[in-house]
Design a binder for this molecule. Structure first.
Ligand code: SF4
Length: 293
């Protein structure tokens, strides 16, 4: 972990892994590049699940649309890290002057696997949440061949399968994926191809938070209340450190919670920008300097 300040009584310690994942960082950089080029940027769905970062990008003119039909000539459409179906991509390309495809390469890999299997007339089972935009996008690459199921309890509802390929939503738990993949073997006489497409970003952040939580007196998780990976980080930290708090901005920190704390841990969800994390770390350090015990 990085020691944010060694010279104050209350130390603020950052987890070894925190904040923007590779895919989100890349998407924000792609949008910033388009803005630098003078584009009018419109993101299909919120670019990231962080209100403060969306406000910052909003100041530079980035707006959000909910349907491809809302895009106009002269505008740049952004496909966020979750990706979209080929139909939606086509519609954006027809309507927009430019399309910035910020689909995370880890998601692109799942889309390509699904498309190839469907092209070979095989069934594709995607383990994940059917409502998640990433899953809707992946299914679009194998529309007549794919099924999305949450876990092994839903395997019974599947038909008999033809040479199935099993892939996963990038953010699910490995145990859920492998238990489901195992259960799918009962649904076919063919060989089952199992490809683990889970991205390690969520797990890495949780493991780093768990390691730090056992060493501190209080823990702040910076992230949106609707960000599922931030809420999971809170659960992980609470197991080790009772005084764990999920906050979005520094004003939510109650200095009374830090009375007597010698070490305070900080981590952040995969959609929390670095500038916000540093702002909150600086605020915690200032509180540490002002507290006396
Ligand atoms: S969590 Fe993983 S798959 Fe999802 S955007 Fe981040 S890096 Fe890509």
């Amino acid at each position: 972990m990085a020691v944010a300040d060694r010279y104050i009584k209350m130390q603020v310690l950052l987890a070894d892994e925190y904040g923007f994942c590779f895919g989100v960082e890349r998407a924000v950089e792609m949008v910033e590049k388009a803005l630098d080029g003078g584009d009018t940027v419109r993101s299909l769905g919120p670019l990231i699940h962080n209100e403060q970062e969306m406000q910052r990008l909003g100041q530079y003119g980035v707006t959000t649309i909910t349907e491809p039909v809302q895009i106009k000539r002269g505008e740049t459409a952004v496909i966020r890290a979750h990706g979209v179906t080929p139909d939606v991509q086509r519609e954006l390309e027809e309507k927009a002057t430019k399309v910035v495809d910020a689909t995370c390469p880890f998601v692109t890999r799942v889309q390509k696997l699904a498309a190839r299997a469907a092209g070979e007339d095989r069934h594709v089972i995607i383990v994940g949440s059917p409502d998640h935009p990433e899953m809707i996008g992946v299914k679009g690459y194998a529309p007549d061949h794919a099924f999305i199921i949450r876990d092994e309890t839903e395997v019974a509802g599947l038909p008999r399968l033809r040479k199935p390929l099993v892939v996963s939503q990038t953010t699910i738990k490995a145990k859920t994926f492998f238990d489901t993949a195992e259960a799918i073997k009962t649904k076919t006489d063919d060989e089952v191809q199992i490809v683990n497409t889970i991205c390690s970003a969520t797990k890495d952040r949780q493991e780093a938070a768990r390691a730090l939580a056992g060493m501190v007196d209080a823990f702040y998780i910076i992230g949106g209340r609707h960000s599922s990976n931030s809420v999971k980080l809170l659960t992980v930290c609470k197991e080790q450190c009772e005084k764990s708090f999920l906050i979005e901005i520094e004003d939510e920190i109650n200095p009374n919670d830090l009375m007597g704390a010698e070490r305070v841990g900080v981590t952040a969800g995969a959609s929390t920008p670095e500038w916000l994390i540093q702002k909150i770390v600086a605020h915690l350090e200032n509180i540490g300097k002002s507290l006396e015990w």
